[in-house]
Write a protein that binds this ligand. Structure first.
Ligand code: AMP
Length: 519
């Protein structure tokens, strides 16, 4: 049998009313339009309601969030929250995931009067303190911000009855395991623990063994498999950034079926570079990575989800776990260093039995990573136009003979040169999009999106008709700046889940922040 995501499963189809959920929860689930629980829900909800520990091995997109939110809502119907003593705690690796979980509580908890507090970086402590003071039934946090609150003496964890650790393998990648261990020590040993991870490397297994007592193990996806509905191709390149960008543009333009795409880079800096390059070439594009302030991340994601932007350039950390349904294409601008990231990346397309396409740009220096991927997925990926041995001699860029400004592997050097190499028009307000420092990308003012009419006209005349480029689409999203670098450097490890520490949301308070105030 196959589940909604096309993954083979042994779980028989049950209905939500078979799972033991409360009437209030069942009615919200019906209103959400769901009739059949997904395998992770069918497997995890009944033991969770019996207060058993859960080891859930499931990726995002499998209905994993509801598999802990629904039983938690049911269990929380008994009892009340006390000031500064949360009753349950959910740990998420990124702000977006935390916000998504909060949205799930809003959706499924609409018949409950529970106080949900979202403690993530990028929001003022005062506002979060007020919510804690009122007494939180559910605390949804990134680890760093939670520890900050604990250190300020504003939180007592001794009343926590349920601890959820979500995306444990991503927590490991992001270096959060020590923080999680510290947090777990603050919570009573008698708690119920629900632990979720997409993969189970040995370090995660060890952690699970330590944190869980006689857990119910629910595994719904075949580890390291890739959906059969995704066409995977390798594209040979020489590996120079300007050349890879040209290859990528060409690939995008050739995709007749391209509806939208996520383009993955290995490093935040490359996300920034590629974003700027694609916007200069007139693509409808946004960027997502951990150094962006929260309101920009929320806006970019919303624009991508509702189709206002067609391409999203992202790092693994920023994109992991996001619920973005129906992506037609994935492009790996870089071959992922961890083979498992390949599976996660291409799992963004071809969901729920739909077809999808995934292209990976490969140069000679990537071969060892490619070998690891092919070993992991246990198949050879086809080359699009011949393998590396079939590559013609590298094309010299007109700037490539100039020395690049001291960068690693020549990658970070000569940013201005890279701009010129792309043969792209300079932005109208070019000084505003210049680089502030090696690590900081200045924020282009919205003026950058309003193209020079004369130039635009000229450009339109020469513009090829293609699937990827968007003559009618909205202008590129401005690339958000990290305007608090000093703070970020000082607090790097804490905050790299969620970027710098901006001062509040300004006027961009997302809807999910407004739900927590229910009395
Ligand atoms: P998640 O894995 O939690 O990110 O969920 C992936 C998507 O599946 C979300 O858009 C959910 O709203 C949706 N979903 C969750 N449970 C069900 C269900 N039982 N039937 C259909 N869709 C669901």
């Amino acid at each position: 049998m196959f589940d909604r995501t096309g993954t083979e499963t042994d779980f028989p189809l049950t209905t939500f009313s078979d799972l033991g959920l409360s009437q209030k929860v069942l009615s919200a689930v019906t209103d959400a339009g769901y009739t059949i629980p997904t395998p992770i829900q069918a497997g995890a909800i009944p033991p969770a309601l019996q207060r058993r520990d859960i080891l859930g091995i499931a990726q995002t997109g499998t209905g994993k969030t509801a598999s802990f939110v629904l039983p938690m809502l049911t269990l929380l119907e008994k009892g009340r929250a006390r000031a500064r003593m949360p009753r349950t705690l959910i740990l998420e690796p990124t702000r977006e995931l935390a916000a998504q979980v909060a949205e799930n509580f809003e959706k499924y908890g609409k018949n409950h009067k529970l106080n949900i507090a979202l403690l993530i970086g990028g929001v003022s402590f005062d506002e979060q303190d007020r919510k804690l003071e009122r007494g939180a039934d559910v605390l949804i946090c990134t680890p760093g911000r939670l520890l900050d609150h604990c250190e300020r003496g504003k939180l007592l964890m001794t009343g926590v009855e349920i601890l959820v650790i979500d995306e444990a393998d991503r927590m490991l990648d992001m270096g959060f395991i020590p923080d999680i261990e510290r947090i777990a020590k603050l919570i009573p040993f008698t708690r119920q623990t629900l632990f979720f991870s997409a993969t189970m490397p040995p370090e995660i297994q060890k952690l699970a063994d330590r944190f869980l007592q006689n857990p119910e193990r629910v595994e719904v996806s075949v580890r390291s498999s890739t959906a059969l509905t995704v066409t995977q191709r390798l594209v040979a390149t020489h590996g120079k950034d300007y050349e890879k960008r040209a290859v990528l543009r060409d690939l995008i333009q050739k995709q007749e079926e391209l509806k939208n795409a996520i383009i993955f880079c290995n490093r935040k800096l490359d996300v920034a570079d590629l974003f700027r390059s694609l916007s200069r070439h007139g693509f409808s594009v946004g960027a997502l990575h951990g150094d962006m302030d929260q309101s920009s991340r929320t806006k970019t994601l919303a624009s991508f989800k509702d189709g206002q932007i067609q391409l999203l350039v992202a790092s693994d950390v920023a994109a992991r776990g996001l619920d973005i349904p129906d992506v037609s294409h994935v492009f790996n601008f870089d071959v992922p260093i961890h083979a498992e990231d390949y599976v996660h990346r291409i799992g963004r397309t071809g969901r729920a039995g739909r077809s999808g396409a995934a292209f990976t740009l490969v140069s000679k220096r990537d071969t060892k990573f490619l070998d690891a991927i092919e070993k992991l997925i246990d198949k050879q990926i086809e080359w699009q136009n011949g393998d590396l041995s079939a590559l013609p001699a590298p094309m010299e860029s007109h700037e490539s003979s100039k020395p690049e400004r001291g960068g690693r592997d020549g990658k970070r050097g000569g940013r201005r040169n890279e701009r010129d190499r792309d043969h792209a028009p300079r932005p109208v307000s070019s000084h505003k999009s210049d680089i502030k420092s090696d690590d900081t990308v200045a924020q282009p003012e919205p003026i950058i999106a309003k193209a020079d009419p004369v130039r635009a006209e000229r450009k339109a005349e020469t513009k090829p008709q293609n699937a990827g480029r968007n003559s009618n689409r909205p202008a590129p999203q401005p690339y958000p700046a990290n305007d608090d670098n000093r703070d970020r450097r000082n607090r790097y490890r804490r905050d790299h889940d969620d970027g710098p520490t901006p001062i509040g949301f300004g006027e961009d308070i997302p809807a999910f922040m407004l739900i927590a105030g229910k009395a």
